[in-house]
Write a protein that binds this ligand. Structure first.
Ligand SMILES: [Zn+2]
Length: 431
């Protein structure tokens, strides 16, 4: 009945998956093939066969390894798409660089330890120190897996900064070489993390920003290639600055998208249908809220999300409405009402609870955009109840009416815990 979230798998750096809707069903976790039928969060009624009344009714080697890592990203994403699997990672924050990297490093495999650079450079003190300053600026916010501690390479750069603070004439060539080597080492280590960041996040970022990357995603991809960085500290510092700038733009874009989402939610929260509303008024209200959210709705069988393959999806007659992620952007801005809902012709069309059902599905979508998954870690198994809680607090769902219609459906029942989690998601915490 309830379908767990399907991971999002669209990448800006991959071939289009071509057909969609035929994707494999994915329950949870990366690289797990599941059965078809990846509908998400059907809005179920309490009793499927009851009448619609009462309480019943719803890196030399290093360089190559860097170049290889970038190519690996592309290959991984292409393979992921080709095989119908997906990379999924829980997004930990909106525009919070620390949080973004904290979540990343906890999930990424530890990078191989590097031997420290020992090259000699014939750079002036001014150039050496300018590279250092640039590198420190680019690495702002870079943190270890605890989210607060600076990586050792960055700490070394910060210590070097004092040497560049005063009169530079006392810096020996040995001092300058050491600073340049530290700069390279830090930038390469940071680049590793950036590669991992995009490797795990590019698909969900694409989804969250509706495919509208700031700038050219191919340029961003090219900046991840650190193959020339080892040979030239000045070049490394310049490229790192561009990569940082491109990444900041991405994070800002995500923040904009979420802020816009919240504005729209606040508007639809005011669109209501009381118990005396006519069928026409109810569906006019649904038109209004979907329009306001930039979403379309349609009547579809539950199997539409899972596409071909049969099994799994089924067609639960108690499911009123649903939201699906087929791994592409195709269903990001759509919600569906289930054509198989048994009560349509028994009065459901004229029940103002349909507006609540639509808002519930929109809440699934909002959480997907906020977190990169409709089933964020913070919600755990309570994701349906958290979705209701989100809809109560931010979309004006009539809680009393909804609880009446979903009486007995424990997984949809929102208590104080779920209300608090929904608030946290709205505030940008997803794990
Ligand atoms: Zn749901």
């Amino acid at each position: 009945m309830q379908r767990p979230a399907a991971p999002i798998q669209t990448s800006p750096w991959s071939k289009s998956p071509g057909s969609n809707g035929g994707g494999a069903f994915r329950h949870q976790g990366p690289f797990t093939r599941q059965h078809p039928g990846n509908t998400f969060g059907p809005y179920s009624s309490q009793v499927s066969n009851a009448p619609f009344t009462g309480t019943s009714a719803r890196t030399a080697a290093r360089q190559q390894s860097h170049a290889g890592a970038v190519i690996a990203i592309i290959l991984v994403m292409v393979l992921v798409l080709a095989s119908g699997m997906a990379v999924q990672n829980v997004q930990t924050g909106m525009a919070n660089y620390h949080m973004q990297f904290t979540g990343l490093q906890q999930s990424a495999s530890p990078s191989e330890s590097r031997s420290a650079s020992t090259s000699s450079w014939n750079l002036s003190a001014e150039q050496t120190c300018a590279n250092l300053s640039s590198a420190i600026a680019s690495l702002e916010g870079w943190a270890d897996s605890d989210g607060t501690t600076a990586p050792a390479e960055l700490t070394t750069l910060n210590n070097d900064q004092s040497a560049c603070a005063g009169d530079l004439s006392h810096l020996s060539s040995t001092d300058l070489d050491a600073i340049s080597n530290h700069t390279i080492d830090a930038l390469l280590a940071w680049n590793d993390d950036m590669v991992e960041f995009y490797r795990y996040r590019s698909a969900s970022i694409t989804y969250r920003i509706d495919g509208k990357w700031p700038g050219d995603p191919k340029e961003l991809e090219a900046l991840l290639d650190a193959s020339g960085w080892f040979d030239n500290p000045t070049y490394a510092a310049q490229q790192a600055a561009k990569l940082k700038s491109g990444t900041d733009a991405v994070l800002a874009k995500i923040a904009d998208v979420v802020a816009d989402l919240h504005n729209r939610e606040a508007k639809i929260a005011g669109i209501q249908a009381d118990d005396r509303a006519s069928e026409q008024e109810i569906w006019a209200a649904i038109d209004t809220i979907t329009n306001e959210m930039g979403v379309t709705y349609s009547f579809e069988p539950l199997s539409v999300c899972g596409g071909g393959g049969g099994g799994g999806g089924g067609n639960n007659p108690s499911t009123v409405a649903f939201f699906c992620q087929d791994g592409t952007l195709d269903y990001r801005n759509k919600i569906m009402f289930n054509t198989g809902y048994v009560l349509w012709d028994l009065g459901a069309r004229g029940d103002p609870w349909m507006l609540d059902a639509a808002k519930h599905e929109l809440a699934h979508r909002s959480i997907s955009i906020a977190c990169g998954t409709a089933r964020p870690k913070i919600a755990g198994a309570r994701y349906e109840a958290v979705t209701n809680a989100y809809a109560y607090q931010f979309m004006g769902v009539n809680r009393q009416r909804n609880e009446h219609h979903q009486s007995g459906l424990e997984e949809y029942a929102a208590g104080d815990t779920e209300m608090a989690i929904a608030q946290q998601i709205h505030d940008g915490t997803c794990s």
